[in-house]
Design a protein around this ligand. Sequence first.
Ligand code: F0G
Length: 462
Amino acid sequence: MTGNSFQSADSVWEACGAEVGVEVRVGAGVMGEYFLGFCVAVGKDAMASAGNVCVGALTGMLMEVGFVSPVQAVIKKQTNKVRINRRFIRLKYSGGKLIIDEILCYTRSMAYQGLLHKYGTLLDLPLHTSASAVSLLEGNTPLIKADNLARQLGGGFELFIKYEGLNPTGSFKDRGMTAAVSEALGRGATTVICASTGNTAASAAAYAARAGMKSIVLIPQGKVAAGKLAGAIAYGAQVIQIDGSFDDALTMVIEITNKHPICLVNSINPYRIEGQKTSAFEICDVLDFAPDWLCLPVGNAGNITSYWAGFKQYNQMKATGLPQVLGVQAAGSAPLVLGHPIENPETVATAIRIGKPARGEQALQAAEESKGRIIAATDAQILDMQKILAKLEGIWVEPASAAGLAGLAIEIANGTLDPKGKRVVAICTGHGLKDPEIITKDMQKPSIVPPKLEALEELILG
Ligand code: F0G
């Protein structure tokens, strides 16, 4: 396959025409592009199937075969576009019923256009949301196979890390924020507000900036990691520190948005939940099925609620099955494990330092319905897992993001979760760069040597 040139057909694929016994040969084109206006002429009436055809990397699989329209109109349109694009593919068909055997199509780059574009039709969002889509091309994060860590945990199972720290602002919050801020913008809101342990603040600030909206973020004083605070400031938010906890800040933003026309973008906002469902969709799209177990950290409990809703929706639509959900809280902030709110939550995993989760009930329901559970991991276990993950897999996450895996390790060690032969996905919610101090604080200081080869040899070779 090559691009920008008119070539003779060289590969043969089954296409939409397969329904009518047509074989399609595609000659030139560029791997990973949509062939727009793909046409197959069939039958006496000269009707055509036309739609987007995706050429997947190396496989040449055809997908997304679309609508039907009169062939002449399609060809005319394509011909015009071809002139503009100067990018061609030539389609040849064989098969008894064909009346034309060659057409031109133009191609368009298959560039990723963000979550609302990709999954918007599956999300319960008001119509005005997509019309005003605010996107930083969030989502589409990698699902990384973690064989080294799986071996370290006893082996015999497949472990994948969904690395949500690779979202545009460094955490999974961007999935919900593209939906919530687009919806707010679409109905004419001018200001968004949230309470946050840091990541929601940075994400809200970035999406509001892109939408031309004002953002106000309330954070617990002194308990937000440097990378998150810096982000919120850089994106232009009005940052207000509360001399209290996240839970106090959340109460305040609920109160103020009840009184004033400011849009709340915490995960109480249902559109945040809708947007965050997309990670479950992506996992099923990559693995073809839901995993056996899903492990993730739990703070305000919006994310576990979203995953469960997402997996259930995909299962209804595509029979992808359901995972058992292992939610993990930090031991010093584990209201859902202890069964009561915590007045003064404490943990080194500041992202999940939350004593009264807004969606606690739904989190417990997700755990129960999925035949999973919510457990606690100590700060030591969380930090230990953070280091192991970085050292064994090259994946550096912020402490809270290691909680899901820490919980998995605890369950395996206790013999309460047997992963043998299973497929496990752990959600790593935020990037390590969000909270560099936690590592540098007790890190060995790097050695200093004079700029001499002997000194370097001495140090490296001993
Ligand atoms: N992991 C990270 C990195 C987080 O920032 C959060 C929540 C969670 C996990 C837990 O997700 O709240 O949906 O259960 N951070 C929120 C914030 C509270 O303000 O950034 P959850």
